[in-house]
Design a protein around this ligand. Sequence first.
Ligand code: ATP
Ligand code: MG
Length: 164
Amino acid sequence: MHSVNDITLTTKETILANEAATLACGKRFAIILTPGLVVYLHGDLGAGKTTFVRGVLHGLGHIGKVKSPTYTLVEPYVVELNAVSSYNIYHFDLYRFNSEEEWDAAGFRDYFNPQSICMIEWPEKAEHVLPEPDIHVQLSLFKAGRKIQLSAGSPLGKACLKKL
Ligand SMILES: Nc1ncnc2c1ncn2[C@@H]1O[C@H](COP(=O)(O)OP(=O)(O)OP(=O)(O)O)[C@@H](O)[C@H]1O
Ligand SMILES: [Mg+2]
């Protein structure tokens, strides 16, 4: 049994001096990800959440664009592990989400499954429908750059963060 304190002890903090550092941090984070994870991305408008996800997707071999899902609410990506297996990454931006009925109607519930990783900007906009997070990523302004804090929300998240 893991107590809440036990989980939250795993917190990592780093200063990101510029955009390239946020991208590089996302790339390092990509290595510890495992299908089934739910990652909440916290931080104000312009804090660097989408930039971080861009780094994650680049780290996983995605070479196309990573656009902000501000209007679509979610952008799907496929990560090819090898010739026969792959998993999905769903990048949500829920800033404009305002109807809980829409959650099921849009099929978002099904996006959360053991074969996918969900990374969610503005999770607080859909807190009543979202599954609990395994990892919290908090971005904030720090001098001319940003500060990032990673913390676990579940035993699975804690096990992943230990690998960083
Ligand atoms: N470490 C950093 N230092 C300085 N600027 C950064 C850093 N990381 C990202 N940025 C810049 O911050 C700006 C906003 O980034 P981004 O779009 O990722 O924010 P966001 O948190 O996703 O915002 P929103 O809530 O509006 O979706 C971009 O211009 C990006 O280049
Ligand atoms: Mg964004």
